[in-house]
Ligand binder design. Structure first.
Ligand code: SF4
Ligand code: SF4
Ligand code: SF4
Length: 340
């Protein structure tokens, strides 16, 4: 891995160079959150772009670039070809890149079948991860195997030094992208690395302070044996079934395929599915093993913290805290896990 130095004033030039690789999305501050925005080479002050990079995970999970909420995946008798062009996504955090590598890749690339759409996007898209110098109170990546910074998984990583940004090159794709850049990328000074390391240690300390306790190591067993529906009903008493927690979760991966007639042919459509949906578990004949809401609530925890770790040795949760920040009922998943 090699590291380069990006002066703050050159962030717009950096984005413009990245945009030569493909459509480039970068974080932008909206109210008190970061959201992804398409880079249009507008006159945005470098300091504003810098502040947006320092925010915690953008509102939209990284998977939104790789998994469409609704997508035509086949048609008959006419055929169609995929039209997937390269893209660059700047601003993914460690919790998001892990959601791709440890969860979505296991589901969409390493199962019985590969999803060709997801695969092509993974191959063509360049992901630029960014450190989190100021974790939010809702973040708990540290307690679930992550860090507030990323040293693997993306193609480039941006971290914060004394006077500018350190660009770590993490993959061949990342190398290809920086090779073509002008001479605004410099050699990194040791004092920049020292400052970066301090930011990282401070961020870890802050996360540990906000999340002082580890989760129980036997969570899968605790969930398996927690069959009391009153526990789930009580834990999630304020839930209004808005499904926001699932829609913004970077790790939820369920989908549904259905066919629709089009002219004299048929199209197959893939839509993302959510286990809080009343019809999620419904099968032929109208039987629904998850008919009761408390069963569906439990299913979310069972999937993330029992079934996935048992199958893939990793939780299907990266501690991003989006479900806490976005919950209408002000439910904190950490409290439910601790109450188990
Ligand atoms: S976001 Fe909160 S209220 Fe909405 S479905 Fe999820 S747990 Fe329930
Ligand atoms: S369950 Fe919540 S904290 Fe965990 S990955 Fe999903 S949104 Fe993030
Ligand atoms: S959970 Fe960790 S990696 Fe994710 S945004 Fe918060 S501090 Fe960053």
């Amino acid at each position: 891995m090699r590291s380069l130095f990006l002066p703050l004033a050159s962030i717009p030039a950096f984005y413009t160079q990245l945009a030569k690789y493909g459509e480039t999305y970068h974080p932008r501050v909206l109210d008190s959150h970061a959201i992804y925005e398409l880079w249009r080479e507008e006159e945005i002050a470098a300091e504003e772009l810098h502040q947006a990079l320092k925010m915690v995970r953008p509102v939209e999970p990284l998977k939104e670039f790789f998994l469409r909420s609704r997508e035509r995946v086949a048609s008959f008798p006419q055929l169609f070809s995929k039209d997937i062009k390269p893209k660059v996504i700047v601003g993914a955090k460690d919790c998001d890149i892990r959601s791709l590598i440890e969860i979505q890749d296991n589901v969409y690339l390493k199962g019985v079948l590969e999803d060709p759409f997801y695969k092509e996007r993974r191959e063509k898209y360049l992901v630029v991860t960014v450190d989190c110098p100021e974790p939010a109170d809702t973040c708990f990546c540290l307690r679930i195997g992550g860090k507030p910074y990323s040293v693997w998984g993306g193609d480039l990583n941006l971290s914060f030094g004394e006077e500018g940004i350190i660009v770590d090159v993490l993959s061949a794709k990342g190398e290809e992208a920086v090779e073509k850049m002008g001479d605004f990328l410099k050699e990194v000074d040791k004092k920049e690395i020292k400052k970066r390391d301090k930011h990282r240690t401070d961020a870890e300390r802050r996360l540990a302070k906000v999340n002082p306790d580890e989760f129980a190591p036997d969570l899968p067993d605790r969930i398996e044996h927690q069959l009391d529906t009153t526990f789930w009903a009580k834990a999630l008493a304020n839930c209004v079934d808005c499904q926001a927690c699932e829609r913004i979760c970077p790790t939820c991966y369920c989908f549904l395929l259905y066919d629709i007639p089009v002219g004299k042919g048929v199209e197959r459509v893939k839509v993302l599915d959510w286990c809080y949906h009343a019809a999620y578990g419904r099968v032929g004949g109208g039987v629904n093993p998850l008919a009761h809401f408390s069963h569906r609530l439990r299913n979310r925890f069972e999937c993330k913290f029992m079934a996935f770790p048992r199958n893939f040795k990793v939780s299907a949760c990266t501690g991003c805290g989006r479900c806490i920040a976005g919950c209408t009922g002000k439910i904190d998943i950490r409290e439910v896990l601790r109450a188990l």
